[in-house]
Ligand binder design. Structure first.
Ligand code: SAH
Length: 211
């Protein structure tokens, strides 16, 4: 299969709705086929989520592009990702910012993602196994935070790890469907925006869903 041609077609498709050229350029060079199981590689450039094992999914490319764009990254940021999964989103972030801290609850997924990210040569991504508190407090504050699993309400533990002026993008709603929320942290009143409907696996843990 010609992955390069398929990737170019996907980016062309995304460019009708995604305005941030840097996001599109990065997605045009990262091999998504390396982040999906061998039996799904032929589907790597469909604009849809795919199973990655253990009941988890690599998100739909359009949603990934939208969330990344909404983080408003310029290059100097330290970003936190909650839900490493396949590592694909981590790779996109790593090409757009200074450093990425990514946290995963399932050690098997974290190890596989780390192996793929290492083999692609990324040196600015730290993969951690999740602790009891959501996110990764040790490295806070972050300029931007992306949660790639859904929560019942915006987790205060994640907001607390966001710098003033920073952006948190997180799917908020029921266990099965959510609205993509963007919260810009401000000194007084945070700004909250709804970016539209989405469907993510649940974020499991204190301040989110039970297993
Ligand atoms: N960003 C991923 C998508 C991952 S799916 C990608 O590009 O492939 C969401 C992931 O969040 C799953 O792997 C799930 O195990 C993980 N997750 C669920 N609860 C979590 C928590 N509390 N902390 C960290 N990761 C969590």
């Amino acid at each position: 299969m010609d992955f390069e041609a398929a990737r170019a077609r996907l980016i062309e498709h995304l460019s009708s709705e995604i305005g941030d050229k840097r996001v599109l350029a990065v997605m045009a060079r990262i091999p998504r086929e390396r982040f999906v199981p061998p039996q799904s590689q032929h589907l790597a450039y469909e604009d849809s989520p795919l199973p990655i094992g253990l009941g988890q999914t690599i998100s739909q490319p359009f949603i990934i592009a939208l969330m990344t764009e909404e983080l408003e990254l310029t290059g100097s940021e330290k970003v936190l990702e909650v839900g490493t999964g396949s590592g694909y989103q981590s790779a996109i972030l790593a090409e757009l910012v200074q450093s990425v801290v990514t946290v995963e609850r399932l050690p098997t997924l974290a190890e596989t993602a780390k192996r793929v990210l290492d083999s692609l040569g990324y040196t600015n991504i730290a993969v951690h196994i999740a602790e009891e508190t959501l996110g990764w407090k040790d490295e806070a504050p972050y300029d931007a935070i992306i949660a790639t699993a859904g929560v019942p309400m915006v987790p205060t533990d994640l907001l607390a790890q966001l710098a003033i002026g920073g952006r948190l993008v997180v799917p908020v709603g029921s266990r099965y469907t959510q609205e993509l929320c963007k919260i810009t942290r401000r000194k007084k009143r945070n700004k909250v925006q709804n970016l539209g409907g989405c469907r993510f696996v649940p974020l499991i843990g204190k301040g989110a869903w039970e297993e």
